[in-house]
Ligand binder design. Structure first.
Ligand code: PMP
Length: 363
């Protein structure tokens, strides 16, 4: 069973950056809720507060520690190799920097320059792979990682796509943090009415959904959370055809093993396109001051679509209902991306006033 974290997690002095993994805040999104006419408690779990900047720090730490315990990783010998959309790579490279392992990350071309340069700063080697390569093609992020693992002595792939420690990190830590935040809040109910999370490997949503269902079985009071998976158009996870899209970290052209498709876990998949996702991400930044990344926009867009639908209308108007949206990473991962930079300058009356006063462009 998941146990809430100690309320004293941050007191005292931490031993290393690995102690600052997770323990992210659950934050009211009141301005967006009000603008949308929602009475429910719209809450965002802001994962960019974790030390490596994403929801994937917990799995990186847990996979490395488990591999060390079971002798899969040998200090001084092993080289950690991982195919990733970047955030698992950052978590792993951070753990490797602290623990002294060499690290190689394979990263599809579409992933941001910010992720690549941070990975390199953490000491990792980064190999870019073609975005459009099918997951089982030799030139894909997975294919190249496997070739390197087979050819480099000491090479180990911890493999977030199949490693049970991935969903377990969320089963124990992420769920425990949400449960603790709700229990210690002044909200009238302490349970989750709606959980919304995207799926890349599926570790986040599978681990959280399993923990929620286990907690429900234990409580046995008839309450059942509705669990929504947010999926980009172009991913097959929530149905539809394979296609290209810009949002990073979610959606795939195959079903990873750690995505638990047991019928009692995920109630519904909701698709959103890039335009909807990036618009929602910008709302979170501008209206709530939360500097989140693109996949957070997919999660919020999906949550709002469902709450606006007939199925979600009752919950949308229930002031006791807690809607928890997982916001997986931060916009500092995407500062150079066109979707973020578009529409940044000009347009406001104040901007024009300043321009008039100083007699030139502002920047
Ligand atoms: N959003 C971002 C930005 C990510 O990097 C990831 C991880 N690929 C996810 C969401 C989805 O997490 P998971 O792999 O646990 O499904």
């Amino acid at each position: 069973m998941s146990t809430p974290n100690s309320p004293n997690h941050w007191s005292g002095v931490l031993n290393s950056a690995l102690d600052a993994v997770g323990n992210t805040p659950l934050i009211r999104l009141d301005r967006i809720a009000k603008a949308e006419g929602l009475k429910c408690n719209l809450l965002g779990k802001a994962e960019y507060f974790s030390v490596g900047g994403s929801v994937k720090d917990r799995i990186a730490k847990r996979m490395v520690e488990h591999a060390e315990k079971t002798g899969v990783l040998i200090p001084g010998q092993s080289i950690v190799i991982e195919p990733t959309s970047g955030n698992t790579g950052i978590g792993l490279a951070l753990a490797c920097a602290i623990k002294g392992y060499k690290c190689i990350i394979t990263l599809p071309a579409k992933m941001s320059l910010e992720k690549e340069v941070l990975l390199k700063a953490l000491g990792a080697e980064v190999v870019r792979t073609p975005t459009e390569a099918a997951h089982d093609a030799p030139e894909s992020l997975i294919g190249v990682a496997e070739t390197l693992r087979d050819k480099i002595p000491g090479g180990v792939i911890l493999d977030q796509y199949t490693n049970p420690q991935n969903p377990l990190a969320h089963y124990f830590s992420t769920y425990g943090e949400i449960a603790y935040a709700l229990e210690t809040s002044d909200l009238p109910r302490k349970d989750i009415a709606l959980l919304v999370a995207g799926a890349g490997t599926g570790g986040t949503i599978s681990g959280l959904a399993r923990a929620i269902r286990d907690a429900e079985k234990e409580k046995n009071d008839g309450h059942k959370a509705y669990i929504l998976a947010a999926d980009p158009e172009g991913s097959i996870l929530g149905g539809g055809d394979v296609g290209q899209y810009q949002v990073e970290g979610i959606g795939y052209d195959f079903f990873p093993d750690v995505l638990d498709r047991a019928p009692e876990l995920i109630d519904e998949w909701i698709k959103s396109n890039d335009t909807e996702a990036f618009a929602a991400a910008k709302r979170l930044i501008k209206e709530e001051g939360l500097c989140i990344g693109g996949s957070s926009g997919t999660a919020l867009a999906s949550a709002l679509k469902w709450l606006r639908s007939e199925a979600g209308s009752k919950m949308a108007q229930d002031p006791d209902a807690n809607v928890v949206v997982i916001l997986p990473d931060g916009v500092r991962n995407y500062m150079s991306k066109p979707w973020f930079l578009e529409g940044q300058t000009g347009g406001s009356e104040l901007h024009d006033t300043i321009r008039g006063i100083i007699g030139r462009d502002l920047n």
